[in-house]
Write a protein that binds this ligand. Structure first.
Ligand SMILES: NC(=O)c1ccc[n+]([C@@H]2O[C@H](COP(=O)([O-])OP(=O)(O)OC[C@H]3O[C@@H](n4cnc5c(N)ncnc54)[C@H](OP(=O)(O)O)[C@@H]3O)[C@@H](O)[C@H]2O)c1
Length: 361
């Protein structure tokens, strides 16, 4: 079909509460770089990252990009191709993740995406399901396989099993032959996790999500440490974060000494960049990371690293295949109209909906 010159999009012109997300009707349709395709968005997820960026997280990084269009996941149809884009024909149904710093995201009718970052949409999934997965699955992939080198037969612990990333990490680890997956989970997520991931009861510890930052996560991890003192884990993935309570050290104590790897998705890079600007923040971050690497090696004899989502063409292709093979089950999704993008931010922050929120233009 024809591609118009303007489109509807949820635009953020200044950082703030959900009310700063305004749907405009006269936003120019993105121009394509040679390696990009234009995707007519069928569905795009709203993630914790979208909400945090809107609120001013890593401000020094994102402020120069204002006005921003958020939305890091897309599922939809290829409607135009850049000069060198050959991978997909016009009309192809595709899904994929955008870089965390692409200024014009998928909360719009159209989005420009590097074609290497897309894969064929799994035929067995709806667009809404397909839009709930890529960014979270690539986050899990990067942490588990690129950073932690999780191998067949190894044991994996996930702090925050109830999150989208946590559920996908558990499934990807099993697909790769992990011997055991265990983790901590919020009270309200527990039943859903047990049902959708089939984690055994004695492999799950519940924390009170209302007090998560207040020591409840730490308490649940200590219970785990006691329970599993006899059988340490090879890899621990932290999706909850340290807070002030040093839950990272407890996670480290659950790991095998020597070869254990602790990977956190809550590194301090973005916070420090937000605080000190891009150059000084990045320098401060590398000092801080080096300090923690030494600390964890000396005190707990485990490796420690921060993990950040990266696009990965090979990983995206495998994720699509796992979806088609039924190895990867999508999270439950809740669709909302693009016109209600501000409400979608509110709901994502409140965490009260029973599924991952996905916007449909
Ligand atoms: N470093 C990176 O590049 C990177 C990339 C992506 C995400 N992250 C981080 O990883 C963490 C997880 O991200 P995510 O996108 O997976 O977040 P998410 O799906 O929104 O999950 C966050 C929390 O919300 C609750 N929740 C999620 N789905 C639910 C449901 N259906 N019903 C009830 N509660 C539900 C769970 O809380 P409880 O079980 O605790 O109650 C879960 O731990 C976030 O902290 C995010 O900032 C980091």
């Amino acid at each position: 079909g024809r591609v118009p010159s303007t489109m509807r999009a949820a635009v953020v012109r200044a950082f703030g509460g959900p009310e700063v997300v305004r749907v405009a009707t006269d936003v120019p349709v993105p121009r394509l770089a040679p390696d990009e395709v234009l995707v007519r968005v069928a569905a795009a997820s709203v993630s914790p990252l979208d909400a945090r960026v809107r609120a001013g997280y890593a401000r020094a990084l994102y402020a120069p990009m204002l006005p921003l269009i958020l939305g890091r996941d897309v599922s939809g149809e290829v409607v135009a191709r850049g000069d060198n884009a050959r991978a997909f024909p016009i009309g192809a149904q595709v899904f994929g993740a955008l870089s965390p710093v692409q200024p014009r995201g998928a909360h719009a009718e159209f989005v420009a995406v590097t074609e290497a970052h897309l894969a064929p949409k799994p035929k067995t999934w709806t667009h809404a399901q397909a839009a709930a997965v890529p960014f979270a699955a690539l986050t899990a992939w990067r942490a588990l396989f690129t950073d932690a080198h999780l191998k067949k037969g190894e044991r994996l612990l996930i702090n925050g099993l109830g999150s989208t990333v946590g559920g996908l990490a558990a499934q990807l680890a099993r697909a790769k032959g992990a011997a055991a997956v265990a983790g901590s989970v919020g009270k309200r997520s527990r039943a859903r996790v047990a049902e959708s991931l089939g984690i055994e009861n004695d492999h799950m510890w519940t924390y009170d999500e209302k007090n998560a930052r207040d020591g409840s996560v730490l308490k649940s991890l200590n219970a785990a440490a006691e329970h599993f003192a006899w059988e340490p884990f090879d890899v621990a993935l932290d999706l909850v974060g340290d807070g002030k309570k040093n839950s990272e050290r407890t996670l480290a104590r659950l790991l095998r000494r020597g070869q254990g790897r602790l990977v956190t998705a809550h590194g301090d890079l973005a916070r420090l960049v937000g605080e000190f600007g891009v150059a000084r923040g990045a320098a401060a971050a590398s000092v801080e990371l080096a300090r923690k690497k030494v600390l964890f090696r000396v005190n707990e004899d485990v490796s420690y690293t921060w993990s950040v989502m990266r696009q990965d063409a090979e990983a995206m292709r495998r994720i699509g295949e796992y979806a088609c093979e039924g190895v990867l089950i999508p999270p439950r999704v809740e669709t909302m109209a693009l016109a209600d993008a501000a409400d979608a931010h509110r709901a994502t922050e409140a965490g009260t909906t029973p599924g991952k929120i996905v916007l449909e233009p």
